[in-house]
Ligand binder design. Structure first.
Ligand SMILES: C[S@@+](CC[C@H](N)C(=O)[O-])C[C@H]1O[C@@H](n2cnc3c(N)ncnc32)[C@H](O)[C@@H]1O
Length: 249
């Protein structure tokens, strides 16, 4: 039996409802990027329910998703089992330590998942490992949305969702603190479905572009492209809303 590393059954059920609006634009970018990459796998680090792997599957690529929540990888497996029975593989594990497959055209780490890696050495080691597993011409794509300031903030809703029930979703961020020059913020996410509740402590580092880019240089990868805002339809300048990094060997 597989041991759930992080249990999040309620979050897995409401994931698309809770985060769909944040994610809707990054997938068109992923799809576009994939079209100009050589043959190879798309590997998503922290894949949650697998939503980011759909464009690669549609393009006929094999995909591999890693998440330390068994509830999430099970959702991802179910999502693609019928349409892509042989193309999609998922593993429950910590992407800092799990084996990575070879011949990867695209490693992605989306929706602030990169900010969930607390230690500098782990972030650099992971970039190095990604580098080793890329095909020639392959890339690492890291997208952070809503580059936060560390100020307190709140995101939430309450609504009835057909097939799920009464969903209440809250994310409360507290004031950020600076530890060894890196801004960090802590928060709490609470999900309730028909009165049943689950909550998760959130702990993110908030790397500035220059801090992030210094770590990329240490890994031996290089920042190939960086982009700014999706909502303003401008992908030509780095701004505080989106940080999209394309890294290559
Ligand atoms: C903010 S969500 C983003 C999910 C997904 N990348 C997306 O774009 O929808 C972060 C996900 O990464 C997973 N995660 C965070 N750190 C991880 C780690 N070290 N190893 C594996 N999964 C991790 C969490 O379980 C969660 O599902």
């Amino acid at each position: 039996m597989q041991i759930p590393l992080v249990s999040m059954p309620l979050l897995a059920r409401v994931y698309d409802i809770a985060f769909g609006s944040f994610g809707k634009n990054d997938l068109s970018f992923v799809s576009e990027v994939l079209q100009r990459l050589p043959e190879g796998l798309h590997v998503d680090l922290g894949c949650a329910n697998g939503r980011a792997l759909e464009p690669a599957l549609r393009q006929g690529r094999k995909v591999f998703g890693i998440d330390y929540s068994h509830d999430m990888t099970e959702m991802a497996k179910k999502r693609f089992a019928a349409a892509y029975p042989r193309q999609a593989h998922f593993e429950t594990g910590d992407f800092r330590t799990t084996n990575l497959p070879d011949k990867v055209a695209l490693f992605s780490c989306l929706l602030n998942t990169w900010f969930m890696i607390p230690s500098i050495s782990d972030r650099i080691a992971l970039l190095r490992r990604c580098k080793e597993h890329l095909v020639t011409g392959g890339i690492v794509l890291i997208i952070n949305v809503n580059n936060p300031t560390g100020d307190p903030s709140y995101y939430g809703f309450e609504k009835f969702v057909e097939g799920i029930g009464n969903v209440k979703f809250d994310v409360d961020w507290q004031q950020g603190v600076t530890i060894e020059s890196i801004l960090q913020r802590r928060g709490k996410m609470t999900i309730s479905i028909d009165g049943e509740e689950e909550s998760h402590q959130l702990n993110n580092v908030l790397l500035t572009p220059s801090q992030f880019e210094a770590e990329v240089r240490d890994s031996g990868l290089r920042v190939f492209q960086k982009f700014g805002s999706f909502s303003k339809q401008s992908l030509d300048a780095l701004n505080s809303e989106w940080q999209i990094y394309v890294l290559e060997n």
